[in-house]
Design a protein around this ligand. Structure first.
Ligand code: SAH
Length: 210
């Protein structure tokens, strides 16, 4: 459904370190109907490359950022993925097309419930959601091959690092609200060493709770 990401991302490889968005990610972006994930008033804008309000002061991320974050996780069909910040459920639906399972946590109860209903209705049965503070992760289904945080944290939450498998990747925006936040790619090596790479400046709603 979102078809022009390749054009939108042209020229960004120097900044992101990615030559292009993986074809599987692009296919998922084309398949997931973004208009199903936004409130009725936003439907006319669903295929524009910008974030849109979803209520409760929250937003569905810009498609380019969804594609980039998904790409950076390098998800394989056998992967178990954890998402913090279910929001509309759109990012979870994209990842669900690429992974074995997605567990997603939302702190705003009505948003989490709506997203769960929506994902069920659209047939994304491999996504499981719950209401809670994602700072602490979801221990019951850990460890994860990849973790995606879709709200900006002041630091990389240690519980999430612990719940990442050796060889796992985490994509997370870090920085204060209204100040520059950076999208970070956190990698845990086979021997458990953690390294971090700064990808690009971004603007996300804050990770609350904790
Ligand atoms: N991934 C979402 C984007 C949602 S915006 C989508 O595709 O639509 C970020 C979301 O993170 C908001 O819904 C916000 O309520 C949620 N959030 C903020 N702090 C959180 C926390 N500590 N735990 C879980 N969710 C949180």
């Amino acid at each position: 459904m979102v078809k022009d990401i390749a054009l939108l991302t042209a020229g960004t490889s120097e900044e992101t370190g990615r030559q292009s968005i993986d074809a599987r990610v692009m296919a998922a972006m084309e398949q997931v109907p973004r208009h199903e994930f936004v409130p009725p008033a936003q439907v006319p804008y669903a295929y524009e490359n910008r974030p849109l309000p979803i209520g409760y002061g929250q937003t569905i991320s810009q498609p380019y950022i969804v594609a980039l974050m998904t790409d950076l996780m390098m998800v394989k069909p056998t992967d178990a993925v954890l998402e913090i910040g279910t929001g509309s459920g759109y990012q979870a639906a994209i990842v669900a097309r690429l992974a074995r399972s997605v567990h997603s946590i939302e702190i705003v109860e009505p948003l989490g419930r709506q997203a769960q209903e929506r994902l069920q209705r659209l047939g994304y049965t491999q996504v499981e959601t719950r209401i809670g503070d994602g700072y602490y992760g979801w221990e019951a289904h850990a460890p994860y091959d990849a973790i995606i945080v879709t709200a900006a944290a002041s630091h990389v939450p240690p519980p999430l690092v612990r719940q990442l498998k050796p060889g796992g990747r985490m994509v997370i925006p870090v920085g204060a609200q209204f100040l520059t936040q950076y999208l970070l790619l956190v990698h845990k090596s086979a021997d458990g060493m953690v390294s971090t790479r700064q990808i690009l400046p971004v603007r996300f709603v804050p990770l609350v709770g904790h």
